[in-house]
Design a protein around this ligand. Structure first.
Ligand code: NAX
Ligand code: K
Length: 533
């Protein structure tokens, strides 16, 4: 699903208006009417109630005026609070203001902080008339928000957010919760905490980026009449993974009757060290459960018996010169092992011994097949970022915020507050070679970006996945998808989505506290459901 940024959305509006001659006021009318229909669906009929509509300076405010008119049409009494002088409204918003005035619908101007204080008093007056409050409509700012919210705008938002405001009537945000940057999900000062958001034409990236769901509430996309051709042809840089998009990617995983292990690819995993054998085991389980034909683990010889006993379906290559860690001394054997493999996982539980680091740098530059670089392998590259060589093949990087922080020198908090920019910055460090670079930032709403600047936001997963070993399983799943012929980028996108869906399945059954091994075990059924849905 495409997620246009503010400027991309304005491009869609312009194309509908200029290429298809749809008057902009028709789009505004569809937006307002569509929102009222959504409200009736979610909150029931509005007859014999009143509604509070907060109107901002732009077209978002114009939508609020249309919403009020359609509520009036249905027997609800709208009361408008203009946060700017109404005479300053322009274009379609000004046209709608004229209609409101002709209809003599009541309004108040709240354009200073002291006037905000009068809102509760006015509210009491409406309540004394005996009508219940149907909803609070936030039509203050939409995709045109450009700066920090201050003064009476901020005071009004904070008032609406108060727990007992208007007896907790549902808050409906128009297009975006006011205060949230539609492109990044960042709160600019303060933000409406909505129960529902009616967004127009397409959802926006900000609706899905870290934590923004708590401002957006339940999101509904309203068709405002922008032709599908316009959306289809638009070059939109951000997308959302949905069940539908993941199904398209994974539809070829259905196995033919005559299939054999040789055609489902061979995955090599270079992982594990003394005290961290579990990481390698979990990566192998992820690979096997997601359908790789064969999985081989390169492991320190001293630890070989552990691997042979815990993950019996995988083959192992005991590395003779590596005792507790995988060392550079075994590079020749490892390079031999790469031959004939469809994908390589490098990193889970490797440790960062200097000899291991030398090995990682050499494998990064010399392995021609797609390589998933996780955990310690990522940390090693981050610690040597001035000397990162050019890779010999496609590379997928899978850091969480703590690991990315080592690469780009920002705190994990800073990264969480600027997830899109931080992911792009991380990706830039590795871009510029002739091979594909896929860079993800794990966490709620994992972001997956590619060297061409396109980003996908993941929607599956739950807080139960915030526990050790989940990332190791993910590397194996992605590797297994590549082994089965899915493209590198799509393997990253679908791998993350399936991994989250498997977690969601367990969360529903058990709540938090399920393990990474259990998640790996849930992958086959998740894939089966996908293929059969
Ligand atoms: N054809 C269109 O363009 C359509 C637009 N629609 C609505 O129009 C919205 C976009 O309209 P606009 O571009 O007018 O933008 P907005 O209505 O979101 O707000 C822009 C206005 O707010 C001011 N502003 C921005 N940040 C501020 C801040 N922190 N403090 C005070 N003032 C601030 C700007 O100077 C400008 O006057 C969409 O979100 C959607 O709700 C819909 O009506 C559908 C059709
Ligand atoms: K809004």
């Amino acid at each position: 699903m495409k997620l246009p940024t503010s400027s991309e959305m304005k491009g869609l509006d312009t194309s509908a208006i200029e290429e298809f001659n749809i008057p902009s006021i028709v789009l505004m009318e569809n937006a307002g009417l569509g929102t009222v229909k959504m409200m009736e669906k979610q909150c029931g009929p509005c007859k014999d109630t009143f509604a509070l509509i907060f109107v901002g300076p732009g077209n978002n405010g114009g939508d609020g005026l249309v919403i009020g008119r359609h509520l009036h049409q249905r027997g609800c009494k709208p009361v408008f609070f203009f946060l700017v002088n109404p005479d300053s409204l322009k274009g379609d918003a000004a046209v709608n203001l004229k209609i409101i005035k002709k209809l003599r619908l009541p309004f108040h101007v709240i354009d200073t902080p002291s006037r905000v204080e009068t809102i509760p008093i006015l509210l009491k007056q409406f309540e004394s008339r005996g009508l219940p409050c149907y909803a609070i409509i936030d039509a203050i700012f939409g995709i045109g928000l450009t700066r920090k919210v201050e003064s009476h705008f901020a005071d009004t938002i904070n008032l609406i957010n108060r727990k007992n405001f208007a007896h907790r009537s549902p808050v409906i945000s128009v297009d975006t919760p006011s205060g949230m940057d539609a492109d990044t999900g960042k709160v600019l000062g303060t933000c409406i905490r909505a129960n529902y958001t009616a967004t127009y034409c397409c959802a926006k990236p900000g609706h899905f980026i870290h934590g923004s769901a708590s401002w957006t509430g339940k999101l509904e996309i309203i068709d405002i009449g922008i032709p599908p051709e316009t959306i289809y042809n638009a070059d939109i840089r951000t997308e959302l993974t949905t069940r539908e998009s993941c199904r398209k990617i994974t539809c070829n995983l259905n196995r033919k009757k005559a299939s054999h292990k040789g055609i489902h690819g061979h995955l090599l995993i270079i992982a594990g060290s003394s005290g961290k054998t579990g990481a390698a085991v979990l990566a192998a389980k992820g690979g096997l459960r997601a359908g790789a034909g064969l999985v081989t683990l390169c492991v320190p010889h001293k630890l070989n018996s552990i691997f042979e006993a815990t993950v019996v379906e995988a083959m192992t290559i005991p590395l003779p010169n590596s005792t507790d860690y995988i060392l550079h001394d075994d590079i020749d054997l490892i390079i031999d092992a790469v031959q004939g493999k469809k994908a390589v996982v490098l990193g889970p539980g490797l440790g960062t011994d200097p000899s291991t680091a030398k090995l990682v740098m050499q494998l990064y530059s010399s392995v021609p097949c797609p390589m998933i670089i996780d955990a310690d392998a990522f940390n090693i590259l981050a610690a040597n970022k001035e000397e990162i060589p050019l890779p010999a093949g496609p590379r997928i990087f899978t850091p969480h915020p703590g690991e990315l922080s080592r690469l780009i020198g920002k705190t994990a908090d800073d990264i969480q507050n600027n997830r899109l920019e931080a992911t792009a910055e991380g990706c830039d460090v590795f871009s510029g070679s002739d091979h594909e670079t896929i860079f993800m930032l794990k966490g709620a709403g994992t972001l997956i970006t590619s060297g061409d600047g396109k980003t996908v936001i993941n929607t599956s997963g739950n807080p139960g996945m915030a526990t050790g070993g989940m990332g190791d399983v993910l590397t194996g799943i992605i590797g297994a998808l590549i082994c089965q012929g899915v493209s590198v980028r799509n393997s990253a996108i679908a791998g993350v989505f399936l991994h989250g869906c498997a977690g969601d399945c367990l969360y529903e059954k058990k709540g938090a506290g399920y393990t990474a091994s259990e998640l790996a075990d849930a992958v086959p059924v998740t894939i089966k459901k996908f293929l059969n849905d």
